[in-house]
Design a protein around this ligand. Structure first.
Ligand code: BDR
Ligand code: CA
Length: 310
């Protein structure tokens, strides 16, 4: 199985991504490293454990990491995810313990321990933990198999400011580091995640799954879709973060371009913008595979089939 570390700030869509990974034998989740983002760190690291317990996977190691961005104050998104970060169904407090080790140390230690080129990083929150690990231990960079992250936007511009997507906006300095190190990078921007939309039929398919997982996922997407319906008039909730895991499982569902993507860190107006050279109008070297489209029916078929296994 492909070894992955999920770096996350759950978040309902993070939670679905975690469940999809845990349900998939092709993936070996070495650990879940939490970061501050949608809600503060004590909540993201609690929510990650709630999700593992929901999946019956108390064996998964969950770590708490950076509690604020590298150079800025934390911006959170309770307006999208609710006070707990995981509003929807009331789930019991976790009984499994948080690991003592800091997320950043866990990431560094794991990349040094495992065979070089055998560990994939899946960041689905602000990039603070990942960038901090790279800065502290540059030797790990060449050992990363691939980074598959959710963040940024090009044609869809922004969701937290007119020009920035939340994960990149929260810690643009961290994003600049991650996009600049030269590691193989695949990016799921809003351009693709806004196409991974729940519809009534898809939500009802979640709800009809046997066990507790399906109804929990349906309650999360019901909660989560209010924001996007109001803001974008979209049909349902965009399942941003699960796109990363689905890509690892079925890359053929996705299409994109290998292009140059730079992160704006200087301008107040466009802070955190992913300046993506989609039309290749510069000579700047490609540093990312920037995904633009997906087969939404195939994506939801995969998700429903896998969640049904839990
Ligand atoms: C991203 O921001 C968060 O609110 C979601 O969990 C996702 O990772 C979408 O912009
Ligand atoms: Ca997230």
């Amino acid at each position: 199985a492909r070894k992955i570390i999920i770096d996350t700030d759950p978040g309902q869509d993070d939670a679905v991504a975690i469940l999809l990974a845990l349900a998939s034998p092709e993936l070996d989740v070495l650990g879940i490293s939490c970061v501050a983002g949608n809600v503060p760190l004590p909540l993201t690291s609690k929510n990650a454990r709630i999700v593992c317990e929901l999946a019956g996977r108390t064996d998964i190691k969950v770590y708490a990491g950076c509690d604020r961005p590298i150079a800025r104050q934390l911006v959170t998104a309770e307006h999208v995810h609710g006070k707990t970060g995981l509003d929807g169904m009331d789930l019991p407090d976790p009984t499994m313990a948080l690991q003592d080790q800091h997320s950043v140390d866990f990431i560094i230690e794991t990349l040094r321990r495992e065979a070089s080129g055998s560990v994939t990083l899946v960041p689905i929150g602000p990039l603070t933990n990942i960038a901090t690990a790279m800065e502290r231990a540059p030797d790990i960079i060449s050992r990363i198999q691939e980074i598959v992250l959710m963040g940024g936007a090009y044609f869809e511009v922004g969701n937290i400011t007119p020009t920035a997507e939340f994960n990149i906006y929260v810690d643009p300095e961290a994003a600049k580091i991650v996009f600049g190190v030269g590691a193989p990078l695949t990016v799921m921007p809003l351009d693709v995640t806004h196409k991974a939309l729940t519809t009534r039929a898809r939500v009802e398919a979640f709800r009809a799954l046997p066990g507790r997982v399906g109804p929990a996922v349906a309650s999360w997407t019901d909660f989560f879709e209010r924001f996007d319906k109001e803001k974008y008039g979209s049909e349902g909730a965009p399942l941003h973060d699960p796109c990363t895991i689905a890509y690892l499982l079925k890359p053929d569902l996705f299409s994109g371009r290998h292009i140059n993507v730079e992160i704006e860190t200087g301008s107040d107006l466009t802070l955190g913008m992913t300046v993506a050279d989609w039309w290749r109008v510069t000579k700047r070297p490609a540093n990312a595979r920037f995904i633009g489209d997906l087969d939404a029916d195939g994506f939801f078929a995969l998700l429903i089939e896998r969640l049904g296994r839990l």
